[in-house]
Ligand binder design. Sequence first.
Ligand SMILES: Cc1cc2nc3c(=O)[nH]c(=O)nc-3n(C[C@H](O)[C@H](O)[C@H](O)COP(=O)(O)OP(=O)(O)OC[C@H]3O[C@@H](n4cnc5c(N)ncnc54)[C@H](O)[C@@H]3O)c2cc1C
Length: 388
Amino acid sequence: MISPNKDVMNFQPDELTEQVAQTARDFAQKHIKPYVMQWDESQEFPLQLFKELGKLGMMGVLVPEKYGGAGLSYFEYVSIIEEIAKVCGSIGLSVAAHNSLCTGHILSFGNEDQKNKYLPKLATAEWIGAWGLTEANSGSDAGNMKTTAVQDGDHWILNGTKNWITHGKTCDVAVVIARTGKAREKENATAFIVEKGTKGFGAGKKENKLGMRASETAEMIFDQCRIPDTQRMGKVGEGFKQSLGVLDGGRISIAALSLGIAKGAYEAAVNYSKEREQFDQPISNFQAISFKLADMATEILAAELLTMHACELKINGKKMTKESAMAKYYASETAVKVSTGAVQIFGGNGYTKEFPVEKFYRDSKLCTIGEGTSEIQKIVIAREVLRG
Ligand SMILES: Cc1cc2nc3c(=O)[nH]c(=O)nc-3n(C[C@H](O)[C@H](O)[C@H](O)COP(=O)(O)OP(=O)(O)OC[C@H]3O[C@@H](n4cnc5c(N)ncnc54)[C@H](O)[C@@H]3O)c2cc1C
């Protein structure tokens, strides 16, 4: 239950958050909306757009100013992802992955040299980041990875393939989690930073996806890829634990992505229901439609409160593994439910590409899968609940 503490309950955006949201809203209307379907149909990853977002500080939202970032809080971060996702889920997903995963991992676990070298480039989007944990046979069971890193003097040699990696092809730098111990042993994985152009590091197949089509998803391949020990993040064996920490924060951004998609679909459905007439009256007059809208509005607000609650805990340095999983789980399922309802309200028009809701419907499904499926979120929540 949300704490009755007044500060925790007061989720009204302050002036800064509202300003940042307005900037993201304006940017999305001007630079994203006109091209959404073009990028979706061609599966184009619009690299230049991310460079523009970088100039606005939106690719290094949480990075402190001393490393070239915007130095903002999770509240502003959530508002940026949400505003972008209201217009295009794909762009929202890429902004979230770049900020939370690659950049977030280096920010949380990199040493000073690594932070000074990589964060300014990532925060401005001079470089695009990727983060590789998942493999073909280890998704939910990510700890069972097969990619290995073997020490060779003051270097490591990486071999293996990471699958489903956001920006796996275009990235300039990737954080990669590889096995440095025996399979199924505890503390058997380590995180490394690998730069584009490193011999033995390349991209494989780009996925042809149902939704989120403008967000690039591809394989990253390591073939006798030799990197210096200075590219290791933290201690040997800490990689999986670090990843769980990165995902705790990342899940808040997927909740924000879900909220944006849900709100985009909901707003379109409300407007359409007031304009579309059947039986000589707007379809919003029919209780079957208005009750659907009532459910949507209620569930969106509940998802928003869960997301803000997780943000509040994160900002105050409190443990929020359970709360971020709850926010991600509930918001993502809400996005799927709301966008499905929106297609229904649009009727036949909802099934065509002339109207925006079919894309919200396709994009929303990723939210219940990426950064841990809904089933995995329930496992995380149940584990925390039972721990007491
Ligand atoms: C568009 C996209 C972008 C992505 N970006 C990245 C990225 O940048 N970096 C990265 O590392 N990964 C990325 N991923 C991978 C993503 O995190 C995984 O797809 C996700 O964790 C699920 O793993 P899986 O696909 O192997 O499914 P599986 O683990 O095979 O799961 C299949 C089904 O089984 C269920 N299941 C599995 N285990 C259990 C269990 N113990 N109990 C109950 N049910 C279970 C799952 O919930 C699911 O319904 C991305 C994926 C997509 C689709």
